[in-house]
Design a protein around this ligand. Structure first.
Ligand code: ZN
Length: 251
């Protein structure tokens, strides 16, 4: 039976059941993905389809009770329905079940358990980070200011001015990269109990954290439109979340 699935307004398919399962396995689709196949009245969320318990006649050998059998979609052998679990219109045997459930759960984590953090909580976190970065910069610039004052007319004052400019870039970049790479959150985000993860709810690597920091600059130079985008996104993604394929979730 051919399946179709929806990404945004786009309906993709037909694909085979095996292809559909492969998509779940590779986390391309998840429990919230709407799917449809011939014979279904409406599009349905994949997660709901799996929870459904009424048996589908096509996969089942006629009979009743324990004599009713179905073919395992993983290993292809026939087993009694009582010993199997159902996935859409296919069945999985007891032996294949642990691995299958594991695969499916991995797919489900993506949408099932992620609680996306909204615009205002993220703004609050950002505000705290601004204060902290401002404090760090202030402390570092005081001695530089003294040196600059002392060296007023020499060429070293230019060097110090350049150094301050440089630090204005480096401090926020190191701050964001180190905290997000190591803890998944900056102190501001920790205080607001939110964190940055990948689309698959995994830890963000240091390179991705650094990339996200620079992508975030893009979000702010376009009049903060990159941030405001979060308010209109179903997964509350900002522009830099989209560029780096990250999400901000509540802990
Ligand atoms: Zn099996």
């Amino acid at each position: 039976m051919d399946w179709y699935y929806a990404v945004g307004d786009q309906q993709i398919g037909p694909i085979s059941k095996a292809e559909l399962q492969a998509l779940i396995k590779t986390k391309k689709i998840n429990a919230h993905t709407r799917v449809w196949r011939a014979g279904m009245k409406d599009w349905q969320e994949l997660g709901r389809l799996v929870k459904e318990t009424d048996p589908t006649p096509s996969a089942i050998t006629p009979g009743s009770g324990r004599s009713r059998q179905a073919q395992c979609s993983e290993c292809g052998k026939s087993f009694a329905l009582d010993d199997m679990i159902r996935f859409g219109e296919s069945w999985v045997c007891a032996a294949c079940k642990p691995l299958f459930v594991q695969k499916f759960k991995e797919g489900l984590t993506v949408a099932g358990t992620m609680d996306y953090a909204g615009f205002w909580i993220r703004f609050g976190a950002k505000f705290i980070d601004w204060i902290i970065i401002g404090g760090i910069s202030f402390i570092m610039f005081i001695p530089l200011g003294f040196v600059m004052g002392a060296a007023a007319r020499s060429s070293s004052s230019t060097i110090i001015a350049v150094l301050i400019q440089l630090l204005n870039w480096v401090i926020p970049a190191v701050y964001a990269t180190w905290f997000v790479g190591k803890f998944g959150a900056t102190p501001g985000k920790m205080a607001c109990r939110i964190k940055v993860v990948t689309a698959a709810n995994q830890r963000v690597s240091y390179p991705r954290a650094l990339g996200r920091h620079f992508a975030e600059m893009l979000s702010s130079i376009i009049l903060f439109i990159g941030y405001i985008m979060a308010a209109f996104d179903d997964q509350k993604r900002t522009l830099h979340d989209r560029i780096c394929d990250t999400r901000v979730i509540r802990r």
